[in-house]
Design a protein around this ligand. Structure first.
Ligand code: GDP
Length: 486
């Protein structure tokens, strides 16, 4: 995996027919190999960062007319000699040119190998290399911005500074070990403690940023759940502003889950419309209910929808209690608010009090129900409820805003460092644990050698993020997830 003495080749653009394809060569022989099949200028005599028109020929057979871009190492992405051939995007031409390069001494690049070389040659650190993959995979403005920030090294610079300060202390403590007999302290314990506190705070902030970072990068799993006929499908349509899920009058028709993506201010919410949560009577629906509960536990956000005109307070309280899961934020949505105060909606023939009754003789403001309802709901132990009418598309924007702020608690300023990568999160958590041990060690006056070990561990985990500390396994694991040509 880490051999980079040869020259690699791969298609850098997507496979398939298009106007232009780019084939990339990188390695010590990149320019020589390209030159040996290029009819035009002598590429070995051209300056870096220049483009040349000519043709690629296998002996006398012209394969294509191309543009060749030259990047002489170290002024290139991989810091090696890099040649990019822009040819016509025919599968046949691409394959013929790549085969020809291989015949002339190049070999097929493995997934992520160009970026791996960029890392090994010091062009990028590991978290920046990972950002390249994230940037390629980004599918929203927010995820692109976060990846770009990481690629520019925001994260790395911050970690590097912390690491350097810790290294200073570690070396002072190492020095103490050399003078073990004399019982001296070169590293001021109070200053060390202060530094550890500082680092712990930053590490903690980075760990906390993962929730949002992950939401931005991977989207937020969001479940829409509620009893049959509550209006889940209608709401899904209103949120997506188009007719997608099948809306029907028969309770329990949305048996299967439907996934749609709702983008609110750059964050992708993956909406899952589920079967109703009513006590299931038939077998098929039972599967649906079970699936709903499973989906909720796999989600970060639950939008619980109920029919404001039909439900009783007892049912509502029961639903809310049974749907609550640790780690899942619940938004409670009263749908069909347009029916509240209408006489035909007061038909609940149940012994318990109906939700709609609460509003029966009140001067309930349907234009801004949330404010006027709060005082009516509190005596019943009900949480904040968002009133909407999915059918009349009333208050849908307010609901969208609530959905967005459930994921983004603080406004995004655009330049903060967010952790988006689970590998980084784990390394930060381990750093945090090691730091706790260092602090405990200082307070418990443990000997310098143990203190030094814990500091080294913290350094190790911090280093893993940017790649100061790496193993072949780690690199293999990261770069094998790239596609070929990157
Ligand atoms: P689901 O079973 O929860 O997916 O419910 P549906 O979306 O299929 O809606 C059930 C019925 O309620 C349909 O006839 C909808 O037209 C109706 N409905 C949904 N939302 C509203 C609303 O806000 N107001 C009124 N009056 N009817 C609604």
């Amino acid at each position: 995996m880490t051999d980079n003495t040869d020259t690699i080749v791969a298609l850098a653009t997507p496979n398939g027919v298009g106007a232009i394809a780019v084939i990339r060569l990188s390695g010590p022989d990149a320019i020589n190999i390209a030159n040996s099949v290029f009819k035009g200028k002598d590429l070995s005599k051209q300056a870096s960062h220049t483009i040349h028109f000519g043709s690629i020929a296998d002996g006398d057979l012209i394969l294509d007319e191309v543009l060749v871009s030259l990047f002489v190492g170290p002024r290139s992405y991989t810091r090696e000699n890099v040649v990019e051939i822009s040819c016509h995007a025919s599968g046949y031409i691409i394959e013929s040119i790549i085969k020809l390069f291989i015949k002339k001494g190049a070999r097929s690049a493995k997934p992520g190998e160009f970026t791996l070389r960029a890392f090994l040659n010091g062009q990028l650190d590991l978290s920046q290399a990972e950002a390249v993959a994230d940037l390629i995979a980004s599918n929203s403005k927010a995820s692109q911005q976060v990846a770009l920030q990481q690629l520019r090294g925001g994260f790395s610079t911050q970690l590097q500074a912390l690491r350097e300060q810790l290294v200073n202390f570690a070396s002072l403590i190492e020095l103490e070990l050399d003078f073990a007999e004399e019982d001296v302290e070169f590293a001021n314990r109070d200053q060390l403690k202060q530094l550890i506190h500082e680092i712990t705070k930053i590490v903690g902030r980075l760990i906390n940023s993962f929730e949002l970072g992950n939401a931005i990068k991977n989207g937020v799993n969001t479940v829409i759940a509620g009893r049959p006929n509550a209006g889940k499908s209608t709401l899904l349509n209103a949120l997506l502003n188009e007719e997608r899920a099948i809306v029907s009058h028969i309770p329990g028709t949305t048996r299967d889950t439907i996934e749609e993506v709702l983008n609110i201010q750059g964050i992708n919410f993956r909406l899952i419309d589920t079967a109703g949560i009513r006590e299931a009577t038939d077998a098929i629906e039972q599967i649906g209910v079970q699936r709903t509960m499973e989906k909720i536990s796999q989600s970060a956000l639950l939008v619980y929808v109920f029919d404001a005109a039909e439900i009783t307070i007892e049912e509502l309280n029961n639903d809310i209690a049974s749907l609550q899961k640790p780690g899942v934020t619940m938004l409670v949505v009263a749908n069909k608010a347009d029916l509240l105060n209408k006489s035909e909606s007061q038909k609940v023939e149940k012994s318990e009090r109906s939700f709609a009754d609460l509003f029966a003789n009140q001067n309930f403001d349907k234009r801004d129900p949330s404010t006027s309802a709060t005082s009516l709901l509190q005596p019943f132990g009900l949480p904040d409820i968002i009133f909407i009418s999915a059918k009349e598309k009333h208050h849908i924007d307010e609901l969208k805003h609530k959905i967005y702020s459930s994921a983004v608690k603080d406004q995004l300023s655009g330049d903060e460092t967010l952790v988006t990568n689970i590998r980084h999160l784990e390394a930060l958590q381990k750093t945090g644990e090691a730091l706790v041990r260092v602090l405990g060690g200082i307070d418990g006056s443990i000997t310098s050698d143990f203190l030094s070990m814990d500091i080294k561990q913290a350094l190790h985990y911090l280093g893993e993020i940017t790649g100061v500390v790496t193993t072949d396994d780690l690199l293999e694991n990261i770069f094998s997830k790239f596609c070929i040509g990157k």
